[in-house]
Design a protein around this ligand. Structure first.
Ligand SMILES: CC(C)(COP(=O)(O)OP(=O)(O)OC[C@H]1O[C@@H](n2cnc3c(N)ncnc32)[C@H](O)[C@@H]1OP(=O)(O)O)[C@@H](O)C(=O)NCCC(=O)NCCS
Length: 176
């Protein structure tokens, strides 16, 4: 298996990111919200990557081979308003050929390091289907905790699916 590097995506990576997203979206029981035909247009993806790279509380990382194949993506979108700038949502996917080889963990670790270094972000959130035990294992390994379960939150592959809300906090705060 060839090597890969992890770096922040630029708008020039949009086509390769869409190609990766389409592969995941077309997998049966793919573990993500997006389904076939729901990837962004090239222009929207370019704008999304541009906005992610300029925002001080958003980041979109890719794992990419020397041949230019995107084999994993991991993004974080920070909140826009003052009250939610310290938090945001995280999403991740790894090419099926590369799963269980540490790519997802490496992407998450880089994103968490980035978030800690922003001096802004103190809370990272995500949602995950309750049966996605591999993803939950990776998140819990990195310190994410389950905060709640949303019943029948998604309709996927012909059935309603429960979703866990998970979060990682980098701070102590007074609770009432
Ligand atoms: C979830 C995902 C991002 C993880 O990335 P990855 O590169 O496969 O993960 P890693 O190889 O870094 O780690 C996998 C870990 O899960 C473990 N694992 C594998 N299958 C498992 C299972 N069925 N249940 C529990 N743990 C499992 C592995 O042993 C490994 O554990 P370790 O790090 O303690 O050794 C990737 O599998 C993926 O893209 N899945 C499809 C899309 C998806 O589900 N995205 C997340 C949506 S919330």
């Amino acid at each position: 298996m060839t090597s890969y590097i992890i770096r922040e995506a630029t708008p020039d990576d949009a086509a390769a990111v869409i190609f990766h997203n389409d592969l995941i979206a077309n997998e049966p029981r793919n573990g993500i919200i997006r389904g076939p035909g729901e990837s962004m247009s090239l222009e929207d993806e370019q704008n999304y990557l541009k906005n992610s790279s300029v925002a001080d509380n958003s980041c979109f990382l890719i794992a990419i081979t020397p041949a230019g194949e995107v084999i994993g993506v991991c993004g974080f979108q920070g909140g826009k308003r003052k009250a939610v700038r310290h938090q945001g949502g995280l999403g991740i996917s790894v090419n099926i050929e590369w799963r269980d080889k540490g790519v997802g963990t490496a992407l998450m670790r880089r994103l968490i390091d980035w978030a800690k270094n922003t001096g802004i972000i103190t809370r990272m959130e995500l949602t995950v289907m309750a049966h996605n035990t591999r993803a939950i294992h990776v998140y819990e390994k990195l310190g994410f905790q389950i905060e709640g379960r949303q019943r029948a939150a998604l309709f996927k592959d012909g059935a309603y699916v429960d979703v866990y809300m998970m979060a990682l906090l980098f701070m102590d705060y007074p609770t009432t």
